[in-house]
Design a binder for this molecule. Structure first.
Ligand SMILES: [Zn+2]
Length: 447
């Protein structure tokens, strides 16, 4: 087998890798680059999409699936394989990405800036869904000359790492590896000893904060703020983080640790994904499945409300009394969260709770650093609400877990990590005798 790394080299987005054997070309993931610059998504793939025979997807995050519709647009005609939950989840993810691209274009037009073309359109997503095939965990499947097996990565519902065998050799592609401390998802499986492991390295330089400490702090912040009559605003990603937050709010409520207050999920994408959760119950941990079996929705606190229209969303600005508001975007790069911050940050009774990564230089980072005033939608907004950043909710394996997962592997190629994280993980792996490469874009490997 020949492997070429065509994305996520020194970055944590744009996952895309090509595997070749006997003239058959199998792509592992084909994700979007996120954050700035977005232009990389328009660059040529590095290979001809018309010559790709099939795609296998690790999981439904946009940085692993977001360029597949573009692949079809540029002439790819093959099939896309992934677990059934992943195939269900990619539809709202891609439709939301298209909506955001269209908004970007409108904004550029309004401001007289160069107007970017759409990476792909509805028709390309339809083609993708028509051409997709579900693949169960653990059942080996022949795809061209390859034998492909998906195993549980514990990172999202339906997430997988991919084992590929051909010509007597084995390659394992980690996709994104989950955080073993998560209660809502199954633990990641361990890989077999492979000839080459293509592994993520997102947290290669740091372990996570203990999860129990995060939960204790989260419950305390909620109780204090709500008991004091304040509102808690939580910016969140729509897929998995938002539902996990709802899972713990429901638990704290059931334990009597926090009062039962209205919980507003103000994100149409989160709403769609939460609907899908009920249809993919087998993709969750035994704990979550046991709730479903007893007829309890584990992701629904007592007074849960999903808001849909923009008017409903804006009415939340005039809400009286304690409440929890969960909205996107998780990194404050746009979306409904911004008008909530504008209205809730000036009130000292309120709390803003970060449960996900905030990029350096972004609005969230400035608030965490203690800015007394920030600019939102052209208004100066005083920050009087208390600000908390809870570090333990990461959906990725920490450094200790990556080292554990890669324990027996003799040859490792690192992708999907910033360079300090990759370098630190590479040093630790080499120290115990593994051959490790930090992949460059377009680098070729003989498996
Ligand atoms: Zn991911």
């Amino acid at each position: 087998m020949k492997l070429t790394t065509w994305g996520a080299c020194g970055t944590v987005t744009g996952s895309c890798h090509l595997l070749e054997h006997q003239g058959f070309r199998l792509l592992l993931d084909c994700g979007m680059y996120q954050g700035e610059p977005k232009n990389d998504n328009y660059d040529p793939f590095g290979f001809d999409p018309r010559e790709v025979d099939a795609v296998v997807l690790s999981h439904a995050h946009l940085d692993h699936v977001g360029r597949i519709p573009r692949l079809y647009r540029l002439g790819f005609e093959g099939r896309v394989y992934a677990t059934a939950p992943t195939l269900k989840l990619i539809r709202p993810i891609l439709e939301d990405a298209l909506k955001l691209m269209k908004e970007d274009i409108k904004r550029a037009r309004r401001k007289g800036l160069p107007v970017p073309e759409l990476l792909w359109e509805e028709a390309d997503v339809r083609t993708l869904l028509e051409r997709s095939k579900p693949l169960p965990y653990y059942g080996a499947r022949k795809i061209g000359p390859f034998r492909v097996t998906l195993r549980n990565a514990g990172h999202l519902p339906g997430s997988a790492f991919v084992e590929v065998q051909a010509g007597g050799r084995t390659l394992v592609f980690s996709g994104d590896l989950g955080n073993r401390r998560k209660e809502t998802l199954p633990d990641p499986d361990y890989p077999r000893v492979a000839d080459l492991v293509l592994s993520e390295s997102t947290y290669g330089d740091r372990p996570h904060r203990p999860f129990q400490a995060t939960l204790v702090e989260f419950a305390e912040v909620l109780a204090q703020t709500l008991d004091g009559g304040g509102k808690v605003v939580i910016p969140s990603f729509a897929l998995e983080r938002a539902q996990e937050i709802l899972f713990y709010i429901r638990r704290f409520e059931a334990e009597g640790a926090i009062p039962s207050v209205p919980v507003y999920v103000d994100s149409p994408l989160t709403t769609r994904i939460s609907e899908i959760y009920g249809e993919i119950q087998e993709a969750f941990s035994p704990l979550v499945q046991s709730f479903y079996r007893r007829g309890i929705d584990p992701f629904a606190p007592q007074k849960l409300r999903y808001t849909q229209s923009v008017d409903e969303s804006k009415r939340l600005n005039f809400l009286e009394g304690p409440a929890i508001i969960i909205a996107g975007s998780g990194m404050l790069s746009g979306g409904r969260i911004l008008h909530h911050l504008r209205h809730q940050l000036p009130d000292a009774r309120n709390a803003l709770v970060f449960v996900g990564y905030q990029p350096r230089g972004g609005l969230g980072h400035r608030i965490i650093e203690g800015a007394g005033e920030v600019r939102i939608h052209g208004h100066e907004v005083r920050v009087r609400a208390k600000v908390y950043s809870l570090g333990g909710f990461s959906g990725h394996a920490g450094r200790d877990e990556l080292l554990d997962w890669l324990t027996a592997e003799p040859r490792i190629v690192l992708v999907h990590g910033e360079d300090p994280a990759r370098a630190s993980l590479a040093r630790a792996l080499r120290a115990r005798g593994a051959k490790v490469t930090r992949a460059r874009l377009g680098q070729r490997f003989e498996v």
